[in-house]
Design a protein around this ligand. Structure first.
Ligand SMILES: Nc1nc2c(ncn2[C@@H]2O[C@H](COP(=O)(O)OP(=O)(O)OP(=O)(O)O)[C@@H](O)[C@H]2O)c(=O)[nH]1
Length: 373
């Protein structure tokens, strides 16, 4: 019987900052721990858990460092719980708590819980749920890790707080003028026990210094800031160190001051950053990969799209192609074989503002028509 509380790591951070990449690295590299994962998505379609299941599959097939270890949680399911269709901060009672109760009931099979919030969620309400008696007795928050997108910050996402360099402002103009988004980023930082600045491989030394100065101003001196890059995903020792912080964050969570609570105290309308965002899902058949990415690239330039992610089925390719876009940066890679009984289709979640799903669908459908008959 388990005597210690199960540690839970909450990974938060804005859309596309690198949360799933971090979780995938942990699932691939951390051996000897049975890890349950809770993934929260803003859109109705859960892309992240599918990517994380890809890691679990790789492990099961013995293809990586986890070797013989259970991956992630042993048992009748695969230990990955999806909370799609909304931000976890608004569905704590209806969605998060039932999953936590399930995990508590299975506590003898679990060594650690990893929770990825949606990029638009506030971590505080979720962490407060660890003070509910059913959860508190058996689980504790090991740490709240806030992932900050280094290049996005360097490009001026917090421009109203740093020296306003005109060029930076223009690079990310809409974010600069959205106070709710700036507040969301501040609130995600205010809850942090540890800040990870991601994509440092894309930052110059000057940009790094600027981002560090900004983050340091926003968090107490006791909160460390670490720069991370793609190498972290293969570094078991560094990943392991992220999972034993022992902060018991739930104990101090009520004292954390954030914009969201202040608005409530002032009697303001219940307003979250995610109220200002739309998400839509584009579904297509097989597509010509280059045409899809070129069309998506054009859309990123002219629409207010902050994030696009999903999978594409490319004719003649046995592997699934992952498509990722953050701001105007577009990435693609093959992650796994299509399963035999899996329909080969293309699915992209697009998150942004004032989206016109029909227009997006029509533009991207050109990639479908481009496939050879
Ligand atoms: N160059 C570089 N790219 C990175 C790094 N970390 C993540 N990325 C890329 O950034 C994109 C978004 O990464 P994710 O891990 O999916 O971000 P996320 O925070 O989970 O995104 P949401 O769940 O949609 O909010 C992907 O294309 C990643 O490959 C990094 O350290 N360096």
């Amino acid at each position: 019987m388990r005597l210690n509380k199960i540690p839970a790591t909450v990974v938060t951070g804005f859309l596309g900052s690198g949360k799933t990449t971090l979780l995938a690295g942990i699932l691939r590299q951390i051996t000897g721990k049975r890890i349950a994962v809770i993934v929260n998505e803003f859109g109705e379609q859960d892309i992240d858990s599918s990517l994380l299941r890809g890691c679990a599959l790789a492990c099961d097939e013995g293809g990586d460092a986890r070797g013989e270890e259970a991956c992630p949680v042993a048992g009748e399911d695969d230990g990955i719980y999806e909370l799609a269709n909304g931000c976890i901060c608004c569905t704590v009672e209806e969605e998060f708590l039932p999953v936590m109760k399930t995990l508590v009931a299975r506590r003898d099979d679990i060594d650690h819980i990893l929770i990825e919030t949606s990029g638009l969620a506030l971590p505080k309400p979720l962490v407060q749920a660890f003070n509910w008696p059913e959860v508190r007795q058996h689980c504790t928050v090991d740490a709240i890790i806030t992932v900050v997108d280094g290049p996005a910050v360097a490009a001026g996402r917090y421009a109203s707080d740093v020296d306003k360099v005109e060029a930076q402002r223009r690079a990310d103009d809409s974010l600069d003028h959205d106070p709710s988004l700036r507040e969301l980023l501040d609130d995600q930082l205010s809850a942090a026990d540890l800040v990870l600045v991601s994509k440092s491989d894309l930052l110059s030394p000057d940009e790094k210094a600027r981002v560090e100065a900004l983050v340091t101003r926003k968090v107490p001196s006791s909160v460390k800031t670490l720069f991370i890059d793609p190498g972290l995903a293969d570094d078991a020792a560094r990943l392991e160190a992220l999972m034993g912080i022992g902060a018991a964050s739930e104990e101090g969570i009520d004292r954390i001051d954030n914009h969201h609570d202040r608005h409530h105290a002032e009697g303001a309308h219940h307003d979250h950053a995610h109220d200002h965002f739309d998400a839509c899902v584009i579904r297509l058949g097989e597509v010509e990969g280059e045409v899809l990415e070129a069309r998506l690239g054009e859309l990123l330039k002219v629409h207010e799209i902050y994030r696009a992610k999903g999978f594409a089925a490319i004719p003649g390719k046995p592997m699934r192609r992952v498509v990722q876009a953050v701001g105007e940066r577009l990435d693609g890679y093959y992650d796994r074989l299509w399963a035999q009984d899996e329909p080969r289709h293309t699915e992209l979640v697009i998150i942004g503002r004032s989206l016109d799903p029909e227009a997006l669908q029509a533009t991207l459908a050109a990639a479908e028509r481009a496939t050879p008959a």
